[in-house]
Design a binder for this molecule. Structure first.
Ligand code: FAD
Ligand code: SIN
Length: 536
């Protein structure tokens, strides 16, 4: 028996993990772990901003209705209402942390517009909101005396055990990416804030860290996972023939940019009355459909009609990125394609971040609080990260200390680190690319049952192959990440097969024959052999 090393261990240093750490540190010792540098997060790449009702002519009810409509009837309305009402306070808290949101001349907050919003309500810092939020929270965490930070530490397995009252979590196993050592850290509560899993797709706006590690660890530990069929595709990533992805913010469309066909004509109003500012799932499908119809590798964003200097002034990152590839946005069209962007599903939680495993919490993109339903409303993600990390922090401080005798002695199962020789590294790389292409083609913006079934069979084969590789290499980052991505892929594919009707981000052209499970009677898959326990 050994006392916990920390009160709270947080895996992840994005907006959700750092918000939780800063709030919980008033009540106990916090350790923040992240698998890269502290600042390498999805959060740091966020462009558009954060949604909040701050204009007197706007209302909570309108923000709620916009969120529910984008979510296509799948949202948890109570969670949406809670998030929307907490939004203004969350923005004030971020300002208190020294995030300098843009203001208009009167001193009021500058409020942008994005798809699916009926009102201007997006607070932002130019087009690099995420970087500004990340820097402010990081600075606060680094100077906090009660918060420890350990970078390049990869969580690989949750430590759980079962008592009379069910499964509980008492820590995490971590791979030190500098020394390759595996160690166990024990805590009163573990908080997953590991972000999303966009790396499961060939084209994604997400950085390399987004490999669904927290989701896969929670799955292996038996936590309930929900809504994985709803992966959100952003309609406007910059098209670059080398395949590199850079987001062109929806806020640019909010400022007047229009999506156009190769001949320069506008088209999205044929799909939705809100045209280029329709909810994201509608626009992504419209872009894909027109690309296929015109046999074009991309469509275009037109900002040439906007006042001179407006894009350079308000969207400096986008302006400069386009300039580096030879596009003068004031004179030329911006080529765009859809890319995987956001995991709407995740580890099921309540409004306090509690998962189905006692003392295991999930906040941010890894969690499924129910606020996004089948399709997330723009700029509701950073908001969700702050609001639910704060409510989780309020909840954990009331946790009774874990009885010492409840904590098992350490057993390190994953403590073998072998060698990853060059050929093996290349083989893992190839399998990762195969998986990404497979998901993009068969479980992407539009799916069919036939494609999903063949996808599942190929995932199974890759899983078997990776088991063999893992046996030889032991615990290695590359191996671990690919195995986690395979779990994410399996969750997406199974959930997509189970959901027969097209809804929100899940668009299906041909479904399973009758007799196979449907969403009408959601069911719980409990498959201990695969470690999957999910609501479909
Ligand atoms: P992240 O910010 O992704 O942080 C994840 C953390 O987990 C990282 O520190 C990582 O190192 C760590 N981690 C992962 N795995 C492990 C592991 N195994 N062990 C230890 N640590 C681990 N949303 C909006 O609301 N508004 C926007 O304008 C917006 N723009 C976006 C633009 C882009 C290009 C992208 C990619 C996303 C955007 N989003 C936006 C979505 C939003 O940024 C993310 O959903 C949000 O930042 C997720 O925050 P998070 O704290 O949950 O995770
Ligand atoms: C964007 O700026 O287009 C992204 C906004 C979001 O993902 O909410």
């Amino acid at each position: 028996m050994k006392a916990p090393d920390f009160d709270f261990v947080v895996l992840g240093s994005g907006i959700a993990g750092l918000t939780f750490a800063l709030q919980a540190a008033a009540h106990g010792r916090v350790l923040v772990l992240c698998k890269a540098h502290l600042s390498e997060t999805n959060t740091a790449y966020a462009q558009g901003g954060i949604a909040a009702v701050l204009d007197p002519t706007d209302s909570f009810e309108q923000h709620v209705q916009d969120t529910l409509e984008a979510g296509a009837g799948v949202c948890d309305e109570a969670a949406v209402r809670y998030m929307v009402q907490e939004a203004p306070a969350a923005i004030r808290w971020l300002q208190g942390m020294a995030v300098g949101f843009d203001k208009v001349k009167s001193g009021n907050m500058a409020l942008g517009l994005e798809g699916g919003h009926s009102h201007h309500r997006i607070v932002h810092v130019k087009d690099h909101t995420g970087r500004s939020v990340q820097q402010a929270l990081e600075a606060a965490v680094r100077r906090h005396p009660i918060i420890s930070v350990q970078e390049h530490q990869m969580g690989i397995e949750l430590l759980t055990d079962t008592s009379n009252s069910g499964t509980f979590c008492y820590g995490v196993q971590v791979l030190d990416l500098h020394t390759q050592e595996v160690r166990s850290i024990r805590a009163q509560a573990v908080v997953l804030a590991t972000g999303g899993s966009g790396q499961v797709y060939q084209y994604t706006t997400n950085p390399g860290i987004a490999t669904g590690d927290g989701l896969a660890m929670a799955t292996r530990a038996g936590a309930i996972i929900q809504n994985m069929e709803f992966f959100q595709f952003h309609p406007t990533a910059l098209y670059q023939p080398n395949g590199e992805v850079f987001l062109i913010s929806e806020a640019l469309r909010g400022a007047g940019a229009e999506l156009v066909l190769p001949d320069g004509s506008r088209f999205v109003h044929h799909y939705h009355p809100l045209g280029s500012l329709a909810p994201r799932d509608v626009v992504a499908r419209a872009v894909l459909t027109e690309m296929q119809h015109h046999q074009s590798p991309c469509l275009y964003l037109d900002v040439r009609h906007l006042p001179a200097g407006k894009v350079r002034e308000n969207f400096p990152s986008i302006y400069h990125k386009c300039a580096t590839i030879g596009i003068d946005v004031e004179k030329q069209l911006i080529p765009v394609v859809p890319a995987a962007h956001y995991q709407c599903g995740g580890v099921k939680t309540d409004m306090q971040g509690r998962t189905s495993i006692d003392r295991l919490y999930a906040v941010g993109e890894v969690a499924c609080t129910g606020v996004h339903g089948a399709n997330r409303l723009a700029s509701n993600s950073l908001l969700e990260g702050v609001v639910f990390a704060q409510s989780a922090a309020r909840q954990v401080v009331g946790l009774a200390p874990m009885p010492m005798q409840a904590i098992p002695d350490m057993t390190l199962e994953k403590n073998y680190v072998g060698t990853l020789w060059l050929g093996m590294r290349a083989e893992i790389e190839r399998n990762r690319s195969k998986l990404q292409t497979l998901l993009w083609e068969q479980a992407g913006i539009v799916r069919s049952a036939k494609g999903l079934l063949s996808c599942q069979a190929r995932i199974d084969a890759l899983q078997r192959k990776m088991k063999g590789i893992a046996y030889m290499t032991g615990t290695q980052r590359e191996v671990q990440e690919l195995q986690n991505l395979l779990t994410v892929a399996e969750l997406i594919t199974k959930a997509a097969l189970a959901r027969r009707e097209s809804v929100g981000g899940h668009s299906v052209t041909e479904t399973l024959p009758e007799g196979r499970p449907s969403q009408d009677n959601a069911f719980l898959v409990d498959a201990p052999e695969t470690g999957i326990r999910a609501l479909f």
